[in-house]
Design a protein around this ligand. Structure first.
Ligand code: ADP
Ligand code: ASP
Ligand code: MG
Length: 408
């Protein structure tokens, strides 16, 4: 007998029929003698619908109230799934985040989980019940409802698995595992049987939204056995996120290609090329709570430099406002911005022992006349910022150039 946490995403609970199918799958695990905790997302499209409703009332909604609104999607699906389980003779009980006591900080809309009280869940499991918990939501020390950021049900699943010391956390979604890249963009993308935590973390943070970044961080930290599987197909092994590198020499150095459309580039032109300038530009940006991603600086011969960096598109206006204020102080000539950028990244733990990966990437892009605007590298990734209109093309040609579609 094992204790399994299963998380079902929005598409997997997108209709009453699909919720009934989830119930059947859960019933099968119960019949095999396993204890099951199920985490569910809101029905697909529901969180977006709720966000849009709030935006119709208020252009800049109060985050506390926004969380009250958007957390309701998951309350519907836990109740429906518990009912579906009961209908087929499986004892089940639903819990909101507040009821299980998923305690978070008070950072509304992007709260972090601090602790989970597993006593009630244990009691139910020991009494033979399936426990159904709302994903994406928690409660802060004042009892206010919080949410964990988009895609946060993955994190609820992993956090519950960690708290309950579950044997496995299974993330059921609309694809049958983690692929070499998003199969919606590259149909030849190949499913990976395993991927390391390091690579998955990098892929998630570089834009592969199949798992929320925090869920991968959590799983790595608490050593949760994490697997991504299809909720529509039976019997697949999915993708196991592994700790070990577990690779032989035959395997490719690149595991996957991640991309992110949500990039805006800002260039501060003609600033004095002197110590402290990066701080003078980026200090106020950080104070405004804006995350800066890639940064490059080009020094000219005339003692001035151009300073470029990227931010999420939603932060562009805020960042430009901040820079408007510092422009005169630092003596910048002009500030330019471009909202139509994207980032494409190659990820692979084998990369650091294989020189020439970046050069091959740049050659492949140049053969398609794709202009690289910015570059950043680490031990296990190479990222480029390019015009968004080339995104699909770039991902496809890189996928082919690095033979990611070939079986290993
Ligand atoms: P859920 O609603 O189940 O949480 P998501 O939409 O959040 O599902 O995540 C699944 C989607 O992630 C897939 O439909 C796929 O388009 C996308 N995706 C992006 N990158 C990858 C990847 N490398 N492998 C698999 N899926 C990916
Ligand atoms: N329903 C939330 C969202 O759409 C959380 C999740 O699905 O993981 O972001
Ligand atoms: Mg998701």
């Amino acid at each position: 007998m094992a204790l399994i946490v299963q998380k079902y995403g929005g598409t997997s609970v997108g209709s009453p029929e699909r919720i009934k199918n989830v119930a059947k799958r859960v019933a099968k695990f119960r019949a095999e003698g396993h204890q099951v905790v199920v985490v569910v997302s809101a029905m697909s499209g529901e969180t977006n619908r709720l966000l849009a409703l709030a935006k119709e009332i208020s252009a800049k909604p109060d985050p506390r109230e926004l969380d009250v609104v958007v957390s309701t999607g998951e309350q519907v699906t836990i109740g429906l799934l518990a009912l579906a389980l009961q209908e087929i003779g499986v004892a089940a009980k639903s819990y909101t985040g507040g009821q299980v006591k998923i305690l978070t900080d008070d950072a509304f809309t992007k709260a972090r989980i601090l602790s989970i009280d597993e006593a009630a869940m244990r009691r139910d499991l020991d009494a033979g019940k399936v426990v159904v918990v709302a994903g994406f939501q928690g409660v802060d020390a004042d009892g206010d409802i919080t949410t964990l950021g988009r895609g946060g049900s993955d994190t609820t699943g992993v956090a519950l698995a960690a708290a309950l010391k579950a044997d496995e956390c299974q993330i059921y979604t609309d694809v049958d595992g983690v692929y070499t890249t998003d199969p919606r963009i590259v149909p030849e993308a190949r499913k990976l049987d395993t991927v390391t935590f390091e690579e998955m973390l990098e892929m998630a943070s570089l834009g592969s939204k199949v798992l929320q970044i925090r869920s991968v961080e959590f799983a790595g930290k608490y050593k949760v056995k994490l697997r991504v599987l299809s909720s529509f197909e039976e019997g697949g092994e999915g993708t196991l996120i592994t700790v070990e590198e577990n690779r032989n020499m035959e395997q490719p150095v690149i595991s996957g290609i991640a991309f992110n459309r949500d990039e805006a580039k800002i260039t501060v032109l003609g600033v004095p090329d002197q110590p402290g300038i990066a701080y003078q530009i980026l200090g106020p940006v950080a104070e405004a709570n804006v995350d800066v991603d890639m940064i490059i600086q080009n020094a000219g011969r005339d003692g001035t430099a151009d300073f470029s960096f990227t931010v999420a598109r939603g932060d562009l206006d805020k960042t430009l406002n901040v820079l408007d204020r510092v422009k005169a102080v630092i003596g910048a000539k002009a500030i330019e911005s471009d909202k139509t950028m994207c980032k494409v990244s190659l990820v692979g733990v084998g990369m650091h022992s294989h020189p020439g990966i970046a050069a091959r990437m740049f050659r492949t892009l140049s053969e398609e006349a794709i202009n690289i605007r910015m570059i950043s590298t680490s031990e296990i990734k190479v990222s480029v910022v390019i015009d968004e209109k080339y995104l699909e093309l770039a991902v496809r040609v890189l996928h082919r150039a690095f033979e990611l579609d070939q079986a290993v």
